[in-house]
Write a protein that binds this ligand. Structure first.
Ligand code: HEM
Length: 336
């Protein structure tokens, strides 16, 4: 590089830098701040290091097995990975539900991201199915009793942010008429939510300890969540999309991705999870209890709970056959 070119380059850089300094000074002027102080702050600030930014030390210090079984670490880490994916899913729902008059394109981007996360979770569930030693699992699980993935608050939040409470009522209640409009309607619906019924003894109405603990910690928060998202959950946002673009190709894709989300969250993930329960809780001689105390063989299969976030996007036949294998192929059919 010759002298002349060097000078030209530095001039270009100077110009670019000047523009940035100008932009910065404008930003600080707006809040009555002196840019010089902030440039000094920059000068004295340490370079960012990967481990500080990602908080690797913290991240790697929050796995605390309760036993000496080596596979308990896999069990803990995989639950934590799942919770992080749930966090990403919630973040996408928040973006969609928090944007006023969202357009089809942005809705679509968020849905596709969520579906990608679910696909990863479903694919990776093999870590729990094939990658976990049953003998070890059946021993170390006593150490965490009565804790259960059933107590995942984020899992419940996703449901409440995705659909109307009506669709989360236990199936037996869903067949009955809903409540009158009024102050307590949401509370009444929330008390009939499927997972409360699932961990309650049908004969004596007694709640399992796992549910009692969960309610003690999260009931209030989740009910408030239900109230907050009553009119802005994913289904409500979809219904309020601009009616002028109802026949656009983007709208068709939104419908497809909503249906895919329903399938991934409410059939495929649940089936992968159920497979893990079968693999580990069913032995040659007996069916073991889940740590969360449900009658899991009747509770976990999607075809029994029939949780469907967007029932209006499925035909009657598809809803009736929810969770039965042929529905998997239904996505390729056009929506009727
Ligand atoms: C060996 C692996 C696993 C087994 C055997 C298993 C077993 C069970 C069982 C039996 C239940 C029903 C509640 C109970 O009676 O305890 C349940 C619920 C649940 N588990 Fe797991 N689980 C496993 C892994 C996971 C993982 C990795 C997650 C991720 C967070 C998870 C999340 C959940 C959720 C969200 C529920 C409630 C589902 C619903 O209400 O529909 N589980 N699990």
């Amino acid at each position: 590089m010759n002298q002349q070119q060097l000078m030209e380059d530095s001039l270009v850089i100077d110009d670019a830098i000047q523009q940035k300094v100008f932009r910065l000074s404008e930003k600080y002027k707006e809040v009555d701040q002196n840019i010089a102080c902030h440039l000094d702050r920059l000068y004295y600030t340490e370079h960012t290091k990967y481990w500080d930014y990602i908080h690797t030390d913290t991240l790697l210090s929050i796995q605390h097995p309760k036993t000496t079984f080596s596979d308990e670490m896999i069990f803990i880490v995989y639950h934590q990975i799942t919770e992080l994916y749930f966090k990403l899913i919630i973040s996408e729902i928040r973006k969609i539900t928090g944007t006023k008059n969202i357009c089809d394109e942005d809705f679509l981007v968020g849905l596709m991201r969520m579906n990608r996360y679910y696909e990863n979770l479903i694919y990776s569930f093999d870590i729990m199915i094939d990658g976990l030693d049953q003998k070890q699992f059946l021993e170390f699980r006593y150490a965490l009793w009565p804790a259960s993935g059933f107590q995942s608050a984020q899992f419940r939040e996703i449901e409440l942010m995705a659909t109307d409470l009506e669709n989360l009522r236990a199936l037996s209640y869903r067949e009955q008429p809903s409540f009158e409009e009024g102050r307590n309607k949401l509370k009444e619906l929330y008390n009939q939510i499927y997972w409360k019924t699932g961990a309650t003894d049908v004969k004596n109405g007694k709640r399992d300890l796992s549910l009692v603990h969960f309610i003690e910690k999260y009931d209030w928060t989740l009910l408030n969540h239900a109230i907050k998202f009553e009119n802005k959950n994913l289904w409500q946002v979809f219904k309020n999309l601009d009616s002028k673009t109802i026949t656009s190709p983007e709208r068709e894709k939104v419908v497809m991705e909503l249906r895919r989300l329903d399938m991934l969250a409410n059939i495929d993930w649940r089936l992968a999870h159920y497979k893990a329960a079968i693999r580990h809780l069913r032995t040659n001689v007996e069916v073991k209890e889940g740590t969360g105390g449900t009658n899991w063989q009747a509770y976990l299969p999607p075809r029994f709970q029939k949780i469907i976030f967007f029932p209006k996007l499925w035909t009657k036949q598809e809803r009736e056959n929810w969770g039965k294998t042929w529905v998997i192929g239904a996505l390729n059919q056009s929506f009727k």
